[in-house]
Design a protein around this ligand. Sequence first.
Ligand code: PEP
Length: 258
Amino acid sequence: MERTMRTPIIAGNWKLNKTISEAVALTTALRASVADVNGVEIIVAPPFTALAAVSDAIAGSNICLSAQDVYSEDSGAFTGEVSAPMLKDVGCDYVIIGHSERRQYFGETNESVNQKVKAALAHDLKPIICVGELLEERETGRTEAVIEDHVTGGIVGLSAAELLSCVIAYEPVWAIGTGKTATPDQAQEVHNFIRGLLAKSHSVETASQLCIQYGGSVKPENTAELMAQPDVDGALVGGASLEAESFAQIVKMAVSRQ
Ligand code: PEP
């Protein structure tokens, strides 16, 4: 498949970490470290409680804001949920949808992912759609079937233009927070498979333009070899995004991928 150049996207998923003051301190340090970086989309995804403060702390910088989840309805009697218009209002450009922890602990399904993706797009938020297999699924040869299920289920009904507002994050569940990273070849194989799925569901041209991130124990030491793969367009980073220095190093390594 012919490749076009895709701007690398490096996103930090802070998960259930950082109070407001900690979040602002991390953002302030990161902002200073990446101030000179061009050609990489830099995203931070703090917990809901810190979104407003981080939004202020990144104002006028090259860092974008993401939430870690969104609800599919805009408003109403849905206690505890946060909607796409609310995330837009607080300054988000992106939202992570379908993270494996949400699939594993909070009952997220392909159907709910798809509804959330559509809600996000309707309010001009770019979804980062997470897909990935469990260790047992990889070991029993089901990786491609699971990835196909997650990808096709998550993007049901999207036009090419809508799909191009999305990012797909391939995150093998066995590599998340475990210190085990997929080898560059393993990552490339699945990224290429995902691009093939998108070529089938939409078109080769659309598939070649879409950014596919890798996630799973990304750190400064393994970023270069992962990003050197032709279909790895960025990283979704958990643990290593909680320190400004390690996240900034990962961001800077992505510059050469441009
Ligand atoms: C993640 O949760 O998206 C993730 C990739 O975490 P970690 O980098 O810590 O494995």
